[in-house]
Design a protein. Structure first.
Length: 314
């Protein structure tokens, strides 16, 4: 693994998950990153990704530098061959090359604008760093993917499952704002590589990118989809078909005890942050089926496994 910006960067999933599990039990390589620096660049807010990735790097002995790009750096231009006479003072060609002089791994968070599907799918920010940095690049969530979150989710399911092939349901839930597709996209791509019975449920108009769904079962009746589920991953996303639009805030899709009762006493997952009583009811988040804090804890070990793999290849 050179970069980790998409699920397909993982050559073999099980050894990476086993590495994360081992690191959770015991920090086997506290010196591997000594003398190496992780640069974390945030174009958007973060709580979990920022803290867990910084902790993961430090557990490996790395130094960490964090920059909130929008407030602290020169505005970056990502288009090629433009006359730079607007507010953008620095091109990604120099920006990424210069950051590579100070950092051994560059990690980047850059959300989509959710205005132009083709533009967001082009992933100009993360791909700009991959193209012009001379060091490995890790995604801290890009326009279309959140691979560190998905690795965490796989780790959590692997740890908790009690049957060989659990039924895993990804369910849409309402939200007042238009949210990206990165988390559900990467969760689906990760689950497609695991031995699970995978179902997605969402209202009509909310089907995810068909290139991500592939042959995953999509059921538009949430209650039908939830039957016998062992894990329910609750997440909102905006419409992909009517790109970036909020078509529904139907509260009947909020995940509650009534929905849990349909499942096989499922464990309930969410990447966080979560809007209580909009996306998931208090009774679930405060109840014994919620594993959202367990998931958040696992962010550190997923990030540590990825950084360790990259460091070993430097
Ligand atoms: N789940 C997640 O990525 O959380 P943050 O946005 O707080 O980093």
């Amino acid at each position: 693994m050179k970069n980790y910006t998409k699920i397909s960067d993982i050559e073999e999933l099980l050894p990476l998950l086993e590495e994360a599990l081992q690191l959770k039990k015991e920090n086997t390589d506290p010196q591997l990153g000594k003398g190496k620096t992780l640069g974390m660049l945030f174009f958007n807010s973060s709580l979990r990704t920022r803290l867990s990735t910084e902790k993961a790097a430090k557990l490996l002995g790395m130094d960490v530098m964090v920059m909130n790009v929008n407030s602290d750096a020169w505005a970056l231009e990502f288009e090629d061959a433009v006359v730079m006479d607007s507010n953008k003072a620095e091109h990604i060609k120099e920006g990424a090359a210069v950051i590579s002089q100070y950092c051994d791994i560059i990690a980047v968070r850059a959300f989509p604008e959710l205005q132009d599907k083709e533009k967001d799918n082009a992933e100009s920010v993360i791909n700009g760093f991959i193209k012009y940095a001379s060091v490995p690049v890790v995604s801290l969530e890009s326009a279309t993917a959140h691979p560190l979150q998905a690795l965490t989710d796989a780790l959590t399911i692997l740890e908790i499952k009690t049957v060989k092939r659990p039924k895993v349901v990804l369910t849409w839930a309402p939200h007042p704002r238009a949210l990206p597709h990165a988390v559900p996209n990467s969760f689906l791509e990760m689950m497609q590589r695991m031995d699970v019975d995978l179902v997605v449920t969402n209202p009509e108009g909310y089907d995810l990118n068909p290139n991500i769904i592939k042959d995953t079962k999509v059921i538009h009746n949430q209650e039908k989809a939830l039957e016998n589920a062992d894990f329910v991953y609750v997440k909102n996303w905006s419409s992909y078909e009517q790109y970036g639009k909020v078509l529904s805030t139907d509260a009947s899709w909020t995940f509650s005890n009534k929905k849990l009762a349909i499942t096989n006493n499922a464990k309930v997952m969410h990447c966080l942050p979560v809007r209580r009583n909009v996306v998931i009811a208090d009774e679930i988040l405060d109840g014994e089926n919620s594993v959202v804090i367990h998931q958040a804890n696992n962010r550190t070990f997923a990030a540590q496994a990825v950084l360790k793999t990259i460091l070993k290849n430097l």
